[in-house]
Design a protein around this ligand. Structure first.
Ligand SMILES: [Zn+2]
Length: 243
């Protein structure tokens, strides 16, 4: 039964239209510490509207790519399109978040903190592979297929329901040669919102997000929304009113 379920998930999975940009000279997020190494020509400025907004007005969030909700209840929207830009370490992210991401990393480095994007965009197939690996690991521990599938769900999001498939969610850790993961997590916790990124799975909000605290997982929502979410210490679910 579960096997059929997973097959259906795989078959009905959203096919994201993916274009990979590669600009060898400005994708220096990984190692380069120069301050001016991003260019704005690989993102479209009009998708970056920062018109002021209040969560209290009745703005319709549904059309804003920055606020797409993906969790165990909400799958990646159908026909979701992504333009990807590839970082120098091979990780790809949505090109629309690239300028803010670059600025954030440049500013962190100026303060002696050296972040690295360790996970960015993930295809539906990669998510499926992660799920299968997790199921296999539980089977190898002696669990039945059905139990292994249930256990895996505690660790890996179902394909189609991982924020990483949006390309605007990132796992950010440290360049271990220069600082510790905790240095990075602390800096991000205090500063990421200034660049449009929110801590997506905060400590103490597990009952809302359904995900354990992940100090490395940041989600782009744009600077306006991020400032509001940060100052209220709320989750994306609470901000959208869908707890
Ligand atoms: Zn993540």
């Amino acid at each position: 039964m579960k096997k059929i379920f997973f097959t259906i998930i795989a078959i009905t999975a959203i096919v994201a239209t993916v274009k990979i940009f590669t600009k060898s000279d400005d994708l220096n997020l990984y190692n380069d510490s120069s301050a001016d190494n991003f260019s704005a020509d690989n993102f479209s400025a009009d998708s970056f509207s920062t018109d002021s907004f209040s969560a209290d007005d009745n703005t319709d969030f549904t059309d804003d790519w920055r606020l797409i909700l993906v969790n165990s209840q909400n799958a990646i929207p159908e026909n979701y399109n992504i333009d990807l830009v590839q970082l120098s370490n091979g990780v790809s992210v949505d090109s629309r978040i690239y300028p803010d991401l670059q600025q954030m990393f440049d500013d962190a480095r100026k303060e002696g903190v050296y972040p690295v994007v360790t996970e960015g965009y993930r295809t539906n197939q990669q998510q499926q592979d992660m799920m299968n690996e997790k199921i296999d690991s539980f089977i190898n521990e002696g669990y039945s297929l059905e139990v292994a599938q249930n256990l895996a769900l505690d660790w890996v999001a179902l394909p189609g329901k991982s924020e990483h498939e949006l390309g605007i969610a990132l796992d950010i850790n440290a360049d271990a040669d220069f600082c510790s993961d905790n240095d990075v997590y602390d800096w991000l916790a205090d500063n990421a919102y200034k660049y449009g990124f929110i801590l997506r799975y905060p400590c103490g909000k597990e009952y809302i997000t359904g995900i354990d605290y992940e100090p490395w997982h940041y989600r782009y929502v744009g600077t306006d929304y991020a400032s509001q979410i940060y100052s209220k210490r709320i989750t994306l679910e609470e901000f959208l009113g869908v707890e």
